[in-house]
Design a protein around this ligand. Structure first.
Ligand code: KIV
Ligand code: ZN
Length: 525
């Protein structure tokens, strides 16, 4: 089948809304803009940039994405209430292309225990919510939260009434990841057959991954007529996460013969976007993750390697280049010039402006003095960890660090940090080892103390002079936070990773940032 003749599936990315609800994954404004621009470059159709009523920070982020990221439709979530819809509109009104996404739970368990509403009240609230939103915006999505556990007849009634009220996209979420591909397809098929007007709107799927079936369920929905898929980069999201965008897109591309639909996603941007989201959220991508994991295209067994050399398709259904994954790894060294670096950055999928390339090049030269051979992963680390893409300002920056340790010596660290108000702060501390001393000195300066739950160091590339990536998990009274950093020096990398955590904690201001989950617990006001 000719790909361009196939029907298009709308890719609705909710990394910045449902994805940001992953524990410890909160992003600052600069990071959200960075991800939104990457999503635009990736070619997604809709960016759900947040839940405006959840916090002033969410509202501001949606507004800035709407103002600065042209191309995709920008969307805000809202409950079926005047306050939420007004907040969504305040965030969206300057965006050239906008959508309000209203939702209300429909399942018996949500009706009885969360909302304490009877069926007729649910229908009335849904209709009022859609009408209120439609007064402001032409593009309205309505979601029947927990649809997969809702009685089919009642679900059909709510969906039909929402369409009559003016909804243009109807989303059928499997909120708790309970469905199986067959049951989910049956639910959508039932709606197709029984809801008047369903063929005049876009039917959408939104699946959570509690049973590991989010992608399978979403594709089952596409097979019975859904033409929008809601998903997140790397599948991040509440609990086990949402359907993974890269898996959905590559399944649609690779199995066009069966699915007979297409997307407009530029698949060669999948890998760089995945790396960026992993970095800004601190959520590591498992090595064997489909499409974007480090091992996704690695062949270990001799028989596989032999097959690959003779005819690549014996063991490979997609080419790594299609998803932006480069096979060659050894690239540059100290004699390489700016032009060679720029070429390599382009090949890796990073389209940088001249000033940004200058900055990477300056850091590349510093790295060349520490390391003989520079691999792709080193270059990526410079772009992503080096804040080249303008991740926004942080509360604390590292200025200087020195440590002493050895047999018979008390390990100690002295550290200088700069706060975002321009002040310089210095402290020294002793610890069980140099890394512990560094963490204690940082805690003294920032006043932020957490319990280290996990500490890992791994090589970014190979060789004795390889850069080390430090990944930390820290428990704090406000939640669990992850931090990452890269350096050829493990102690410096540890300090930067701990500061990454401290900056994430500083970002979480309980006075103005109620989490979406907390707001959702209140139910519909
Ligand atoms: O999972 C869910 O039901 C949601 C809705 C708000 C769309 O995220
Ligand atoms: Zn969800």
């Amino acid at each position: 089948m000719n790909e361009s003749a196939a029907e298009r599936v709308v890719i609705f990315d909710t990394t910045l809304r449902d994805g940001e609800q992953s524990p410890g994954a909160s992003m600052n404004l600069g990071q959200k803009l960075q991800v939104a621009k990457a999503l635009r470059d990736l070619g997604v159709d809709v960016i759900e940039a947040g839940f405006a009523a959840a916090s002033p920070g969410d509202l501001e982020a949606i507004r800035e994405v709407g103002r600065q990221v042209e191309g995709p439709v920008v969307c805000s979530l809202a409950r079926c209430s005047r306050g939420d819809i007004d907040a969504a509109w305040a965030a969206l009104k300057d965006a050239p292309r906008k959508r309000i996404h209203v939702f209300l739970a429909t399942s018996p368990i949500h009706r009885d225990f969360k909302l304490k509403m009877a069926k007729d009240e649910i229908v009335r609230r849904a209709v009022d919510g859609v009408k209120m939103a439609r007064e402001k915006c032409a593009d309205i999505e309505f979601s029947t939260e927990d649809a997969a556990r809702t009685e089919l007849e009642f679900l059909a009634e709510v969906v039909e009434r929402a369409i009559e009220a003016g909804a243009t996209t109807l989303n059928i979420p499997d909120t708790v990841g309970y469905a199986l591909p067959q049951t989910y397809a049956e639910t959508l098929g039932y709606l197709k057959r029984h809801v008047r007007g369903i063929d005049n709107v876009i039917m959408s799927v939104h699946c959570h991954n509690d049973l590991g079936l989010a992608v399978a369920n979403s594709l089952a929905g596409v097979m019975v007529g859904a033409r929008q898929v809601e998903c997140t980069i790397n599948g991040i999201g509440e609990r086990a996460g949402n359907a993974s965008l890269e898996e959905i897109v590559m399944a649609i591309r690779t199995r066009q013969d069966v699915l007979r639909v297409r997307t407009d996603v530029k698949t060669e941007r999948l890998y760089p976007t995945s790396r960026l989201v992993s970095h800004v959220t601190g959520l590591h991508v498992q090595r064997n993750k489909a499409i974007v994991g480090q091992n996704a295209f690695a062949h270990e067994a001799g028989i596989h390697q032999h097959g690959m050399l003779t005819h690549r398709e014996t063991y490979e259904i997609m080419r790594p280049e299609e998803v932006g994954f480069s096979r060659s790894s050894l690239v540059l060294g100290k004699h390489s010039g700016r032009h060679a670096l720029k070429e390599r950055l382009n090949a890796l999928g990073y389209k940088l402006e001249d000033a940004q390339i200058d900055k990477v090049f300056a850091e590349f030269k510093v790295l060349c003095d520490k390391k003989k051979e520079i691999y792709d992963a080193d270059i990526e680390a410079l772009v992503i960890h080096g804040q080249i893409l303008g991740a926004g300002s942080h509360t604390w920056e590292l200025l200087a660090l020195s440590t002493t340790s050895g047999t018979g010596t008390l390990p100690a660290a002295s550290i200088a940090l700069q706060k975002n108000d321009g002040t310089r702060h210095q402290e020294a501390a002793a610890g069980d080892g140099p890394v512990d001393a560094v963490f204690k000195a940082i805690e003294r300066i920032t006043g932020i103390t957490g319990r280290l739950r996990d500490y890992q160091v791994r090589n970014v590339t190979v060789g004795e002079d390889a850069q080390g990536e430090v990944v930390l998990e820290v428990e704090h009274p406000t939640g669990v936070y992850r931090g990452r950093a890269i350096s050829t020096d493990i102690i410096e990398g540890s300090a930067r990773a701990y500061l990454d955590v401290v900056n994430r904690i500083a970002l979480k201001q309980p006075t103005n940032k109620a989490s979406t989950a907390a707001v959702r617990e209140l139910g519909t006001p």
